[in-house]
Design a protein around this ligand. Structure first.
Ligand code: ZN
Length: 315
């Protein structure tokens, strides 16, 4: 029997967990960043399209404290505090305080060992945050290799899509995510703009199913995996029922007339199920040998949505 990471009810909230401001190398102040995410992107007929939250995650290097400040959340829009630990390999800390202090480890970038990266993750967790491995394929490099993702512990997620235009064409990192899932890490996919300026805006985001629109509820949803990743496609629902996992495409005219490819993917990236066509939903029946199954839904114009893995209950 499958267990869903998704809440059984709640509100779908679109947002990004990776955003820079003038505090580090972004082009805009925190308030200006909110203008783009909270005020510009509105679509009254399709509330799905409006952003509902953003996490401010400036680099811990190169900081300009004078711009620092987390704008207040409103009932319609949540602002989450965080940072991108950047002395070594970049790791997002979500729901933990920004730090301006010098590096505790005293090394830089390439000198960081897996043990040093683990110290950064553990510090984020000690401060109440969740750690996400940022842009695994940054600039064509093996930035976070499958071996590192498998060796590290205590992190919550991997950024499977990074929208920074400088992250290179190899930014899709489901391979690193599958490698971590395959060795038994229960880590969730996130997708983010890595916003530095409008060049990065609107490229990748998360649809979080949370009990309400507050920073606390969004963090709780991230912790349990109640979110999916998108760069343009949308699910209406991803549910399980006994032996079945059922994914349903968002119902609107542009989606229903589109060819969709549903892939049901398990350990090692193995393709367990495939459905192509205009059918708005696809269902997968458990075979019994899967470690996990996650759903990818790609539209024929290239956009896709990525569910979290479903695991089976101990029987
Ligand atoms: Zn970043």
């Amino acid at each position: 029997m499958w267990i869903s990471p998704y809440l059984s009810e709640g509100v779908w909230l679109r947002g990004s967990f990776h955003t820079h401001t003038k505090v580090s190398d972004g082009a805009h102040t925190p308030e200006e960043v909110l203008f783009y995410y909270r005020d510009v992107c509105r679509h009254p007929k399709d509330p799905w399209a409006a952003y509902k939250f953003v996490a401010i995650t400036d680099h811990t290097t190169n900081t300009h404290k004078e711009y620092y400040g987390i704008p207040a959340s409103t009932p319609e829009f949540s602002v989450i505090e965080g940072r991108e630990d950047s002395f070594g390999h970049h790791i997002l800390g979500i729901g933990c305080p920004m730090t301006f202090m010098e590096d505790e480890i005293g090394k830089y970038k390439d000198d960081y060992t897996v043990e040093d990266d683990q110290k950064v993750i553990d510090k984020i967790v000690r401060q109440g945050g969740m750690a996400i491995l940022a842009h695994p394929h940054w600039a064509h490099m093996d930035y976070w290799s499958a071996e590192k993702a498998a060796a590290l512990n205590n992190y919550t997620g991997i950024e499977i899509i990074n929208g920074d235009v400088f992250s290179g064409p190899g930014h899709l990192a489901t391979d690193i995510w599958d490698a971590a899932l395959t060795v038994g890490k229960k880590v969730w996919a996130t997708g983010n703009d890595d916003f530095h300026g409008v060049r990065d805006y609107h490229n990748a985001w998360n649809m979080v199913l949370a009990r309400e629109n507050t920073p606390e509820a969004i963090l709780d949803a991230l912790r349990q995996g109640s979110l999916y990743v998108s760069n343009g496609a949308a699910f209406d629902s991803i549910v399980c029922d006994g032996e079945w996992i059922i994914a349903r495409c968002h119902t609107s005219s542009i989606y229903s007339n589109t060819e969709k490819t549903f892939r049901f993917i398990g350990e090692g990236g193995h393709l367990y199920g495939l459905q192509m066509g205009k059918n708005p939903y696809a269902a997968y029946r458990r075979q019994g040998c899967e470690k996990y199954i996650r759903v990818e839904m790609a539209l024929d114009w290239g956009y896709a949505a990525f569910s979290q893995p479903f695991y089976t209950a101990e029987e």
